[in-house]
Design a protein around this ligand. Sequence first.
Ligand code: AMP
Ligand code: MG
Length: 419
Amino acid sequence: MNPPYPLTPIAEALERLLAEFSPLNVEEIALEHSADRVLAEEIVSQIDLPAFANSSMDGFAVRSADVAEAAENWRVTLKVVADIPAGTHPEGRIEPGQAARIMTGAAIPEGADAVVPVEDTDIGIRSAGTVAPQQVQICHPAAPGANLRPRGQDVRTGETVLTPRRRLRPQDVGVLAMLGMSQIPVFRRPRVGILSPGDELLHPGETLQPGKIYESNSYVLKGLVTQCGGNVYSLGIIPDDFDAVRNSLDTAVESGVDCLLSSGGVSVGAFDFVRAVLEREGELTLWRVNMRPGKPLAFGRYRGVPYFGLPGNPVSAYVGYQVFVKPALTKMMGLNPMPRLTRQVRLLEAIESDGRESYLRAHASIGPDGWEVNLTGHQGSGNLRSLVQANALVIVPADITYLPAGTQAEAWFFDGFSG
Ligand code: AMP
Ligand code: MG
């Protein structure tokens, strides 16, 4: 890429950049670690669920024909020939005139085709440990199949239970457990190297000195990458120096990162070495997008590894992450990038823009006429507090410079939005 660098429209930049990403390889992990991971293969059940017909109540397994006429004033007495707790396999067969005491989840014995809940018998509810009675009086009829869960009611052998490319939710992990799977095929998590070049940067906890600031972007980015499902390899604060930036990138590449992420050092300043390193030692495929905040965003490759050079200003870095990096990580994890969670909101104040596609920090709430938003504080791209106060970003499309109060605009909700 050679100067002059045009301002690439966001949609075009995103499309170009996403074309360079594909899902990482598949690994097998233990079931207990599979929550939130992205399933890589179709899961076809090898068993029926339930695997055997079982009782859904504590009561008595009966032959429904025996109790068809049972009533409060016409009790049917059955001989109790077996006691079936959960976890056992009943041996005998229930013949006419017989019943078996049975617990929830226990296998239905041969011959029985219904369960009468203990409440519908003369036995009543007994405390744990009570031995089975010799006989039982049934006071209510039970239809064939009553209170039992037939084999395969939920899942049949050979059925597809989960399709790939979904993030496993707790209930999904539960069904994998029910299927007896202990090793789960998932996409490998992207390993993301994060570096913060800047001679002005101090570690929080150090004594503030004239001209210095506390480094904050790596904390935000680490949180966002982790939230998305990536693993972070922290490279720390790097001096504004060509070799230092290059050495740091080399260390990351040698440690096997899938993606590199830096903030700052990509503008046109005399100390902006990130872009220089990419141009000389790597490949710069994109620089400067038509967005606000976040224009000086760079994308390329360093020794073959995809590289995002986010702007240094904290809000620009955040927005750049949300717009570009997150969809790319999502794709590496094997998911289809989710459409943005947006809704139409009414502006409570006028918005001015400079014609770039703008992402303005806003607070949305439900008013008498539906969703409405206010901007939060000064929109300077270094002011993180206004992002802390925001729960949405109002998107002003490119080429629009003014939206009067009262108009509808698109608001992007993110990060476990809370009113
Ligand atoms: P730069 O693109 O390096 O000129 O950075 C633009 C602005 O972002 C400057 O005000 C930097 O001090 C600030 N900045 C750069 N990196 C960080 C960082 N890691 N944490 C907080 N602020 C930063
Ligand atoms: Mg800098």
